[in-house]
Design a protein. Sequence first.
Length: 220
Amino acid sequence: MRIGATIPNFKADTTKGPIDFYEWLGDSWCVLFSHPADFTPVCTTELGRIAVHKEHFEKRNVKVLAHSVDDLKCHVDWVNDIKSYCPDIIGNFPYPIVADPTRELAVKFGMLDDKDKDDPELAQTVRALFIISPDHRVRLTMHYPTSTGRNVDEILRVIDSLQLTDRLKVIATPANWTPGTKVMILPSVSEADADKMFSNIERVSMPSGNVYVRTTTDYE
């Protein structure tokens, strides 16, 4: 699933009942992510921390959908462990977990470790993550090995960047950007247009003489 690709619709059984992905998504964004296996330590921390951040995803109009190749009963039983390990999860577990024991979705979305993908006994999903916009397009992909847990703050940060640059198509966010800090004005924007669009611009002189690093905080 490359950036810009349209994610195909699919139907699946989940811990919150069967879903039709397009219908379930509606006009929301989505974080679709896989974990290698239920009842494993790193996955427990990941699903727990994402659940704790429920309100942060909701205020960004983002739905969360987890996935692994374990079966539905395994998912349901494991959720109780996650809630016990993360007591700050309030109420019911907030998002569905897809059961994919046939590995059909895992293969379709390229979530399997290449080394083990043809061995049904070993083929667990890697930590794949896709951010999907309401038009069903893949906007960002992350792939971590099974040994490394993901950072929820980074997931939220890239959602903020994607939604901001969708709204203001003349900017991009630099390395280590967080909301409220400087953004970059795209080189395709002329100097005259930049001055019309933004009230405070900082231009950085380069040895080349090219003025292409222009930053502003005037974007809220």
